[in-house]
Design a protein around this ligand. Structure first.
Ligand SMILES: C[S@@+](CC[C@H](N)C(=O)[O-])C[C@H]1O[C@@H](n2cnc3c(N)ncnc32)[C@H](O)[C@@H]1O
Length: 438
């Protein structure tokens, strides 16, 4: 039994009129405000008992306000409890009420419970609830009663009205901005809790949600079964229309993802017959590269770059330059690779991967000091670039700078601890080497 329920059971003061399961709900959402400088407004005073209960529950710092249409309720004012007389469906009364209350942290709507009263009160007073406040509307069962203006699925009921709050709460994700867009509710309502006959809305300033990922992928995004189905569908589409560029392109992508590079290449070549654009050459290059045809891949990437300069923006050009650089470097065409990376750097000077590519190529050329400088530049641009630390470790080790190599590897392990075996072995060797040197 919580304190409210205990108070209710022992109540010798004014009459209180509540459903028993509300006490747990009140305590769940209100307890954080106890003994604080809190402003509580209850609509519906009746005999004044619940206002006395709130005064006891929230403590001496709380300001308790009541609203009732019945002028006799004014008599229930006492220290810490102020009562306003007026109707909750009278917008001008509610406006004047707002101007007299510095703020409302908690609102409990236990008034007349008609649809009109609940909706007007919500519309007028919800925006006035403080940033971290709570709005509670009770006796929602009247939404199912015709004599209160309700009825199951009656569009005018408060329950039906409040269902729209669910959409508004999620409006950040709406793609139909004409119909559903971020509004004051979206950016000020944190959560909604429906209980039997009660809705509680907790407010909090809400910023646009942010999605991130961490950790390592455990399986490919598209599983084999899905790929099989997709491939069959693309083949069917081609059968129906042999001039369907997208079907060939998508077929190529799915085959390549499945590891069938030769078939993917055939599909891409068919697509190229229908339409030449940078994206298709880039995909072709990737399939050729995966197949081990580095020469062919480099040609395709060049082709993509050439078309990219003529056609509207299809693929982010630094991305192609970087992939071309990696391909040429893999081929041993180190100077050409460096030139490709330089192009990527010109277009995207802040991307640390460009410098990792340059470093790797310099390392292959035997220019270890230069490679170290490139990896350091990459780290400067992005202090979380795993490859930069790992390859910096390799380069430093080559130079016998064991201390520095250890700290580079340690940093790499911190960034990607998932596969540490390789590093631990390496580190053990280095620690041993270090103790020999010292
Ligand atoms: C259920 S009682 C309130 C009970 C009280 N909160 C308690 O727990 O003991 C409902 C009260 O709402 C008041 N009321 C009815 N219609 C109203 C309106 N339009 N505006 C304000 N109060 C209204 C009634 O006069 C009545 O006192």
């Amino acid at each position: 039994m919580n304190d409210l329920e205990e108070y209710f059971e022992k109540n010798q003061g004014r009459l209180i009129h509540k459903w028993m399961h509300y006490f747990e709900i009140y305590d769940r959402h209100f307890s954080q405000f106890r003994n604080q400088d809190v402003y509580v407004l209850e609509i519906g005073v009746n005999q004044g008992g619940s206002l006395q209960m709130w005064k006891d529950y929230f403590g001496t710092n709380a300001k308790i306000y009541g609203v009732d249409i019945n002028y006799r309720c004014k008599d229930f004012e006492e220290e810490g409890i102020k009562i306003f007389i007026g109707s909750q469906e009278d917008r001008s009364f509610l406006k004047s009420l707002k101007s007299q209350l510095p703020r409302i942290d908690i609102l409990i709507d236990d008034g007349g419970h008609t649809m009109k009263q609940q909706i007007i009160t919500f519309e007028e007073l919800f925006p006035h609830i403080s940033e971290n406040g709570v709005y509670l509307c009770e006796d929602l069962h009247t939404s199912y009663w015709a004599n209160y203006g309700g009825g199951y699925r009656n569009q005018n009921s408060f329950i039906e009205y409040s269902k729209n709050f669910i959409d508004r709460l999620n409006a950040w994700h709406s793609k139909e901005k004409q119909r559903l867009r971020v509004d004051d509710f979206t950016s000020s309502a944190y959560s909604m809790h429906y209980y039997d006959s009660v809705l509680v809305i907790e407010k909090r300033k809400i910023d646009k949600p942010l999605m991130r990922t961490t950790g390592n992928r455990s399986f490919a995004l598209r599983n084999q079964e899905v790929l099989e189905e997709a491939i069959a569908s693309y083949r069917k589409a081609i059968e129906l229309n042999p001039n369907n560029y997208a079907a060939y392109k998508n077929l190529g992508d799915a085959l390549s993802e499945q590891g069938q590079q030769s078939e993917a290449i055939v599909a891409y070549q068919e697509a190229i017959k229908l339409e030449k654009n940078p994206a298709i050459y880039y995909s072709l290059g990737n399939a050729q590269r995966k197949q081990g045809d580095l020469e062919g891949a480099a040609v395709s990437y060049q082709q993509a770059l050439e078309l990219n300069s003529k056609q509207p923006f299809w693929i982010y050009p630094p991305f192609i330059y970087r992939t071309l650089g990696n391909t040429l470097s893999q081929q041993g065409k180190l100077d050409a690779a460096l030139t490709a990376y330089q192009e990527a750097i010109k277009l995207e000077p802040e991307n640390s991967d460009n410098y990792v590519g340059v470093g790797n190529t310099q390392l292959k050329k035997g220019a270890v000091e230069e490679a170290i400088a490139s990896y350091r530049k990459a780290i400067e641009l992005s202090p979380r670039n795993f490859a930069a630390y790992r390859n910096l470790g390799d380069a430093l080790q080559k130079k016998g700078r064991v201390d520095e190599a250890i700290s580079a590897y340690e940093k790499a392990i911190k960034l990607k601890p998932a596969n540490p075996n390789f590093f631990y072995k390496k580190l053990q060797q280095l620690y041993a080497e270090l103790s020999r040197v010292k």
